[in-house]
Design a protein. Structure first.
Length: 40
């Protein structure tokens, strides 16, 4: 198993993916909370 050296581009790509996933997660969470709030 040969490991490829991690380039700066890979790090930036990973960071943007992380931010995208976190943003999507928080959006889903906010929608769920708002839905619960308006249900009662």
């Amino acid at each position: 198993m040969t490991r490829t050296p991690i380039t700066k581009k890979d790090l930036i790509q990973a960071k943007t993916d992380m931010i995208k996933w976190l943003f999507a997660f928080f959006m889903a969470l906010a929608v769920m909370i708002i839905g619960l709030y308006f249900k009662k």
